[in-house]
Each structure stands twice: as C-alpha cells, then as structure tokens.
Design a protein around this ligand. Structure first.
Ligand code: ATP
Ligand code: MG
Length: 284
C-alpha cells in the first residue's frame, strides 16, 4: 500500500515541494518530463500535475494528498481537507487598478469590470462587501487587462508587487492571503491515513526546526540566574560548567520571532560568545 501525493509538475511550488519531501527524508527521483515516480525509502507515489488539477484529483481519490496553493483549493471548491500549512508559496490575491485611478474604498469597484483567474473567490469577496461588478475570467496575463481596455481592475496573485508596478498598476485591496498547503482526500483508507500521519509528523518536525534556532552562550556564574530567566528553552536551558571556573555554558532553543530581542537582552545581561545554530529536525 502506497500513499499517492500530487505535486506541481513545474512552476513556483515544484522545487519547494520536492525540497520539503527531501527534508522529510524522502528521496524521490525527479527525472525531467516524468509524470509519476516512486520514493525509494517511503511508501509514496508522486504524481506531477498542473496545480489547477490537483484539488480534483484529491477529491476523486486518484491522489490521496497533494501540495497546492490555498488559493487554488478555495477557487476550485473541491471537497478536500487542508491538513497542514507549509510555509512556502506565500502570496496574496489582490485587487489592483491603474496608478492614475483615484481609489478610496471597495465601493469604487461598484459596476466596474474586474479581470481575474479567480472568479469564485472574487465573487465571494464582492458579495461580502455588497458590491456588484462584472467579472471577466481570463486564464493568464491578467495584469495587461486594464491597459488594453478589457477591465477597470484586476484581481491577481501578488508576492512582491513588482509585476503590478511594471504594468502601471497599484494594489488596492487584499482579497486573500495564501500559501502552499497539504490537502488530503476526505475518505482515506486507514492504511493511508497512517502513512499520512507519519508524513505529517515529519513535516511538523521540519517546520518547527525552521522556526527555531539553537543558541549556545557563555555566562558568568553570578549572572546565570538572570540569563536563564531570559531563555524559554524546550524544558529549561541546559547549563554546563566551563573549564574556566566561574563561567558556565548555556544552551537553549529560541523561536525565530523573539530571537533578536532575546539576544540583545542576553548580551546586556553579560552573556558572551553567543553562537546561533540552525536546527535540522525538532521533535517535541
Ligand atoms: P501550472 O502550470 O501548474 O498550472 P501556474 O502557472 O498556474 O502553474 P504558478 O505561477 O507556478 O502556477 O504558481 C503556483 C502557485 O504558487 C500559485 O497558485 C500560488 O499559490 C503560488 N504563488 C506564490 N507567489 C506567487 C506569485 N507571485 N504569483 C503567482 N503565484 C504565486
Ligand atoms: Mg495553474
């Protein structure tokens, strides 16, 4: 029995999807133009597909799970479970208008023509705001629509905003924030559910490790209590005596979010020789 996973064949999510599997210790042989492959060391079969098709394949149970943008899952309205956010492929679906347009609020979209590849999500957004507008569904190069007179506004995926800028557009509303997710079929066989749980356990260990750093520092013993008080640690920091008397080595795990603040306080409290080391896997 194998778990079947669908990932993007090529495009923005392909490399990071393969990288995530690798970090989970799963080796897949990713030959060019392959549509299907098997992992050497995990009961996993990998299908390479267009991202638009992935939700349907999962709903039908042709694939048990898949890696796809949340934006695609929501747009396709397929019956799938989002089981894990993956932290890559981050982007937003935004409304944009030509730079010269005087835009103050979502009401300015009333009775306008909006070009998008995401008609379902846009329709829902407009309804929520009580706006009536004409949606033009186009499948690509959405950003040229205003310039060629096809639409007054667009709704498209943005990450840095440079594509919009280059096309003389400005971002005016965020409709949705998205990232790659692991989606799963509603009715998995028990064996497949077990394999999914095993994979999820690994993914979570990789994700936690990425959000945390291992820190080592030297502390004078008379400052030890103050320094330990600054550190969260998984249980409590490890404290080891140094060869030089009166000093200790302190080890702890810090979350990336409060990392710099804590380092500054540690230094101010008398910590020396602070080393910060990436963590490869973290199981707690
Ligand atoms: P496919 O050939 O598989 O249909 P595609 O052209 O539809 O590919 P990509 O452009 O490769 O799709 O984007 C895949 C996903 O990457 C998007 O659905 C979105 O979730 C995410 N993404 C992240 N940043 C961006 C961005 N700046 N523009 C578009 N998509 C982005
Ligand atoms: Mg696509």
């Amino acid at each position: 029995m194998k778990l079947k996973i669908a990932i993007q064949k090529s495009g923005r999510l392909h490399d990071d999807s393969i990288k995530l599997l690798k970090e989970c210790g799963i080796d897949i042989n990713n030959g060019v133009n392959k549509l299907k492959t098997e992992a050497a060391n995990f009961p996993l079969e990998v299908f390479f597909l267009r991202d638009d098709d992935i939700p349907q394949y999962i709903e039908d149970g042709v694939a048990d799970i898949g890696i796809v943008g949340e934006n695609v899952v929501l747009e396709k309205q397929k019956q799938v479970n989002i089981v894990q956010k993956l932290g890559f492929g981050k982007c937003r679906l935004s409304m944009a208008v030509e730079k010269s347009v005087d835009y103050t609020s979502v009401k300015d979209l009333q009775n306008k023509r909006i070009a998008t590849s995401y008609p379902v999500i846009v329709e829902e957004f407009l309804q929520q705001h009580g706006i009536k507008a004409e949606i033009h569904e186009i499948s690509g190069s959405v950003e040229i629509a205003p310039g060629i007179g096809l639409a007054d506004a667009i709704c498209d995926l943005v990450s840095s905003g440079s594509t919009l800028f280059m096309n003389g557009l400005k971002e005016v509303e965020t409709v949705l924030k998205s990232e790659a997710v692991l989606a799963a079929c509603h009715n998995l066989q028990p064996e497949q559910q077990l394999l999914l749980d095993k994979l999820l356990f690994r993914i979570q260990a990789v994700r936690k490790a990425k959000n945390n750093k291992y820190i080592l520092l030297n502390a004078p013993n008379d400052k030890l209590n103050e320094i330990i008080g600054l550190l969260p640690g998984m249980k409590s920091p490890t404290v080891l005596p140094l060869a030089e008397s009166g000093w200790s080595s302190v080890h702890a795990v810090l979350n990336e979010n409060d990392f710099w603040d804590i380092i500054e306080s540690l230094k101010a409290a008398g910590a020396e020789g602070i080393l910060v080391v990436p963590i490869e896997k973290m199981v707690i």
